[in-house]
Design a binder for this molecule. Structure first.
Ligand code: GTP
Ligand code: SPV
Ligand code: MN
Length: 609
């Protein structure tokens, strides 16, 4: 770069944060954008950027009155989900990445990335997005700055995180540490080149340097690959910070429940991607007198409070929810939030009257749609109209049932933790752990059938410890040890009770053994009644399950015998499961905590295997 253009970049940095100014300049020199633009986070700015994105064909403005100030985007069909096989944890030592992560030596990876990023923003604008995960008035705000050459990323980050001038000013005043998160779609434009609606690159790299606490993302514009505050920072990098500082960064929703007596409980639940977090976070209870309030739908940062209690905070500012299956009958609270507007939809279908639609939004599909690929669609087309991983991106404060405590930087006490997966067989509807360590065993052996949220085969059972398999930023054995160590750091009387749940078990006819959605409130009621010592349970080799008549079925067309069937612990299925757990645990080698080996031995003994 010439001297004068160097000068231009320095002049363009409206910050007194010298590390930030230096990093922005360094990145601009490497990536060579046409312009550097500092995002202020205002509505006017957002209006301007969305107008530009409409002109560029990236966004379509919705004109239906149900979707005010909302837009639809359609990605490149090869850029529709997180790419786990292209995701790397580049710790200094390979051992620190562990067997669940792809690894490359940092120096080797940096050289590769420097090559890829060299000139990667030519012909584009480089946006500098100051952001904070969690409240800005937290004791120690967790800052980040994303540099991206995608305006779609800017408008989406504005929904998903607190961004802009307020953040930058506070960061400067504190001369604070920030996580540098560098993103390019990897599609430079030569002079005169025509841009495409969704620029990206076939080659994709989602890379984390845990010691440096930095992120480099190349080639994708989609979701967790590109909105770097979310999975990359708030889970992968934050899990490393949490290990070092004695807290937990988890893939969990947080839900507050108040029983008819007015007593409140906060439940955190870890389910793998596309396995029901957002739905449970927006639960509409079907049982009389119970109230539910949302605190978070995807990420939970838990610290130990002054009294030794576990306290959870949702670091995000919006919802990035799976669209298909979100409907007026299954999730009316989400539908109400979405239809307040101010949302970006990606890879959904368009209705002829300027709205959006996806499978499950309404019971009956519209007679005609434009599908996510831009083709005409009718109900007898024989294919889905919205991509299975299509998403709505909506401000969290549009949720009517949002708890005021969402804004509390201290978070809320967590009283119960659920681990859950998508399993057709074997795993009961709900099982209460025998102890904290037994609960960690349940979490560490969590399994689920894969979904469309990540590229690759769908429906294959895989182990997904604490629903964090793709998100643990360090050695998974060390991660289980870290969970184990929480017991010693917390007040034992205040430790949450742990439960394993499975909304997806099938019955003999092949249908769901449990109605799910709002009726999951009945399972939560049972869990809370267990905390209060009020509900009956039956001991099984894997833990405590409800007796048929201990689950409140009032108003539900279901019998206690059907509940019994949904919580059956089938010995043959569990002997097969045990073998699969043993195989899974073998991956950890010496890193497996002794306490979990003892749990496995105990299970084997109780099964008489
Ligand atoms: P990510 O945002 O990818 O992390 O997913 P998520 O865990 O938030 O999952 P979400 O709540 O979006 O649900 C994913 C899919 O599971 C949707 O198609 C839902 O309709 C379906 N689902 C959610 N809860 C239930 C339930 O209780 N029973 C059944 N049968 N399906 C459910
Ligand atoms: C998930 O896959 O768990 C998501 C979507 O929430 S993404 O932001 O793409 O990670
Ligand atoms: Mn979700």
């Amino acid at each position: 770069m010439s001297e004068s253009s160097d000068q231009k970049v320095i002049d363009a940095a409206p910050t007194t944060h010298s590390k930030l100014a230096a990093w922005v300049q360094e990145v601009a020199e490497l990536t060579q954008p046409d312009h550097v633009y500092w995002v202020d986070g205002t509505q006017e700015e957002n209006d301007r950027l969305t107008a530009e994105l409409v002109a560029a064909g990236t966004l379509k403005k919705l004109t239906h009155e149900s979707f005010p100030n909302s837009f639809a985007a359609f990605s490149d069909p090869k850029d529709v989900a997180r790419v786990e096989e292209r995701t790397f944890i580049c710790s200094e030592n390979e051992h620190d990445a562990g067997f669940t992560n792809n690894w490359m030596a940092p120096a080797v990876m940096k050289e590769k990335l420097n090559g890829l990023f060299d000139g990667s923003m030519r012909g584009r604008t480089m946006y500098v997005i100051p952001f904070v995960m969690g409240p800005l008035d937290a004791e120690q705000p967790q800052y980040g700055v994303e540099i991206s050459d995608s305006a779609y990323v800017v408008t989406s980050m504005r929904i998903m995180a607190r961004i802009g001038n307020d953040v930058l000013r506070k960061m400067e005043a504190e001369d604070a540490f920030f996580v540098p998160a560098l993103h390019t779609v990897g599609a430079p434009l030569a002079p005169g080149d025509e841009d495409v609606a969704w620029p990206c690159n076939e080659d994709k790299w989602i890379v984390h340097f845990p010691e440096e606490r930095s992120i480099w993302s190349y080639g994708s514009g989609y979701g967790g690959n590109a909105l770097l505050g979310k999975k990359c920072y708030a889970l992968r990098i934050a899990s490393v910070m949490a290990r070092d500082e004695g807290w937990l960064a988890e893939h969990m929703l947080i839900l507050k429940l108040t029983n008819p007596e007015g007593k409140s409980y906060n439940v955190a639940a870890a389910f793998p991607s596309a396995c029901g977090k957002t739905n449970l976070a927006l639960l509409d209870p079907t049982i009389e007198g119970w109230k539910a309030e949302t605190l978070g739908d995807d990420i939970n940062w838990m610290r130990i409070g002054k009294e030794g209690e576990l306290r959870g905070v949702n670091p995000e500012y919006g919802l990035f929810g799976v669209a298909p299956g979100t409907g007026w009958s299954t999730n009316p609270n989400a539908m109400r939030a979405i239809t307040k507007g101010n949302s970006i939809f990606t890879n959904v279908a368009l209705t002829d009257d300027g709205g959006v639609w996806w499978e499950g939004m309404t019971d009956q599909a519209p007679a005609h749609l434009t599908d996510w690929l831009g083709n005409d669609w009718t109900p007898d087309s024989g294919r889905v109209a919205a991509h299975p991983n299509s998403r709505f991106c909506t401000p969290i404060d549009q949720i009517d049932m949002l708890s005021p405590e969402y804004y509390n930087p201290e978070g809320v006490e967590i009283h119960a933790i659920l681990f859950g997966g998508r399993r057709k067989t074997t795993i009961p509807l709900v099982t209460e752990a025998r102890s904290w360590t037994n609960g960690i065993f349940m979490g560490s052996t969590l399994s689920s059938e894969t979904t469309a949220a990540a590229a690759g085969a769908v429906g294959v059972v895989r182990r997904d410890p604490m629903a964090m398999l793709p998100f643990i930023g360090y050695n998974a054995g060390d991660y289980l040890n870290h969970w184990d160590s929480i017991e010693g750091k917390a007040n034992p009387a205040r430790l949450p009770k742990i439960f394993l749940v499975n909304w997806f078990r099938r019955n003999a006819e092949g249908g769901f053994a449990w109605p799910g959605f709002g009726d999951n409130s009945r399972v939560l009621k049972w869990a809370i009644d267990r905390i209060e010592g009020k509900a009956d349970a039956r001991e099984t080799p894997i833990g405590y399950v409800p007796t048929g008549d201990s689950v409140d079925l009032t108003g539900l067309d279901m019998t206690p015998a059907e509940v019994e069937a949904a919580v059956t612990v089938d010995k043959d299925e569990w002997i097969t499961e045990l073998a699969s757990i043993e195989e899974w645990y073998a991956n950890f080698g010496d890193a497996l905590p002794d306490s979990l080996q003892a749990e496995l031995d105990g299970l084997r003994e109780r099964l008489g295997a």
